[in-house]
Design a binder for this molecule. Sequence first.
Ligand code: NAD
Ligand code: DAU
Length: 362
Amino acid sequence: MKRYLITGGAGFIGSNFIRHLLKEDHDLECIVNLDVITYAGSRENLKGLPDSEKHILVEGDICDQELVIGLLRQDELDTIVHFAAESHVDRSIHGPAAFVRTNIQGTFSLLEAARQVWQRERQLDGDEVRFHHISTDEVFGSLETQAAAFSETTPYAPNSPYAASKAASDHLVRAYGHTYGLPISITNCSNNYGPYQFPEKLIPLILLKALTGELLPIYGDGQQIRDWLYVEDHCRAILQVLKQGEVGETYNVGGNNQLTNLDLVKTLCTILNEQAVDSPYKPHENLIQFVADRPGHDRRYAMDITKIDRVLGWEPNENLLSGLTKTVRWYLQNQDWLQAIIAEKEFGNWLALNYETRGDEE
Ligand code: NAD
Ligand code: DAU
């Protein structure tokens, strides 16, 4: 039976993963969800969990090593799945310090806690415990138009403070596996989308703005390419790596859905035109506005997912159209969630900071 410590489980992917575990992991005994509830986390994301008595939220900081040691000891937790992070590239440009603290020092704190309790105190091995770290394709940098997709052996070349802090945390996790024999694994994933995503990220931001008739900000020329994965597919990949993946290995996870930001936003608008029948702002693509680019903006990401497919038989279930259709439907049906999140999180301040000085793209 598995006893999980999930960090960052009140955020977007973490809360989806907790739902997935509660539904799909028949070996699950309990989940301790350690989340400090920053602007990006919310108790709203944890409402209506299935089998909710197996889940407990501990409001605390991953940098608090004594707290983490206490949880691992008292609750005899054997599996850490580490989502907690500062996750937004634009915020890392405005304020990188929080990214260094949470993403690097926070990961270090968790690794030290695991080493203390699992290795020094209990002498547990790789069959009994696992430290799984959630990372990103952004650690690999930016691809030229014709360059091959990132593989697990592509050298790291992070470009934003966010990506650099994630790269540093990946290196720490790998080093603890190599040096101390801590049973670790890592997944590097492309852009996720789906229910419960905070509306600072492109897809929910566009939906939010389109529904209120505001302009839809596209950075630069909108020709940057991202690879999009429906969040439930990411959750399945993580659970599969936990169950069947090898200790010490890293796996790339992606959606095989690469397109430009402009095409993505146009597709979203088309779906919204069909689903939001009564919207007075149709056709929503008329709201598109090009604004000044993100400094250091990576041009293209693409993930080679051959390894996880070959070794674990994982591939995405959703294609872009099916995933976006589900996502638009979820946001339309969960307007209360969206309004609660915006009200709770002083979202207006962020919009003012990030967008008001941008102006139109020259
Ligand atoms: P998110 O910003 O929605 O959620 C992050 C969560 O971590 C929040 O609930 C927040 O309160 C919590 N948190 C932040 N600092 C903390 C601290 N010091 N202690 C405890 N909790 C803290 O992020 P997300 O989009 O769900 O991403 C989760 C993870 O997945 C991150 O590590 C991110 O780098 C990675 N990732 C995200 C994507 C994506 O597209 N969103 C893609 C690949 C990898
Ligand atoms: O690639 C994985 C990464 O995907 C994760 O590691 C990050 O945590 C996650 O935030 C995401 O990073 P991006 O920067 O790619 O996501 P974002 O939704 O912020 O932006 C997607 C693209 O859209 C990017 O090229 C920037 C552009 N964009 C974004 C916003 C918010 C716009 O054109 N306008 C916008 O207003």
